[in-house]
Design a protein around this ligand. Structure first.
Ligand code: AMP
Length: 186
């Protein structure tokens, strides 16, 4: 049973790897980006609140995200472990997560950081561009990642939780590297 965070810039393959790994270890992959996109599509109160900010590539505020994640981790399937994909994204969110976990007497097993050089990230992001993705939004997401999410790497490294993975490999090789690093058998 594992409680993991996957960290990686937009285009690092983090979402894909989260789904693979979740399947392999039998825990839910919790993607806050997907949850928010679903809320926007469904036109819920949350969706209406976050739609505009998401469209710019900026981050939804920490308080809103705290509510989303607290609620999601309270669902029964998270009790057997989980992979967080896209949360936390700021130091404030990392503190909130620590408080949520502490309240449940849970701890993190590892924080997996998938590393890919920035220029390759931009190329990948442009290649898989969705209809609603503009190049300036893609670049803004990279900027936000660098400024707000990158500090989490040092934060978790200091806690001895960080697990560095070379993301400049095929999808299968990245998956295998993550599994080996976590000691998860094939
Ligand atoms: P993602 O699919 O993880 O790249 O998320 C898509 C968008 O949802 C991001 O660009 C943010 O606007 C928003 N979002 C997702 N997760 C978070 C989070 N943890 N904190 C703030 N905003 C988020």
């Amino acid at each position: 049973m594992m409680r993991l965070i996957l960290l990686g810039a937009p285009g690092s393959g983090k979402g894909t790897q989260a789904v693979f790994l979740a399947e392999r270890i039998g825990v839910p992959s919790i993607s806050t980006g997907e949850m928010l996109r679903a809320a926007v599509a469904a036109g819920t109160e949350l969706g209406n609140k976050v739609r505009a900010i998401m469209a710019t590539g900026d981050l939804v505020d920490d308080d809103t995200m705290a509510e989303v994640v607290r609620e999601r981790l309270g669902q029964s399937d998270a009790a057997g472990g989980f992979i967080l994909d896209g949360y936390p994204r700021t130091l404030g969110q990392a503190d909130t997560l620590a408080a949520i976990l502490e309240g449940k007497d849970w701890s993190l097993d590892a924080v997996v950081h998938i590393e890919v050089p920035e220029e390759e990230l931009i190329q990948r992001a442009l290649a898989r561009q969705r209809a609603d993705d503009q190049e300036d939004v893609i670049r803004q997401r990279q900027r936000v990642y660098r400024q707000q999410t990158q500090p989490l790497i040092d934060h978790y490294e200091a806690q001895g939780l960080l697990c560095l993975i070379d993301g400049h490999q095929t999808i299968d090789d990245v998956a295998q590297s993550i599994a080996s690093a976590l000691g998860v058998s094939r």
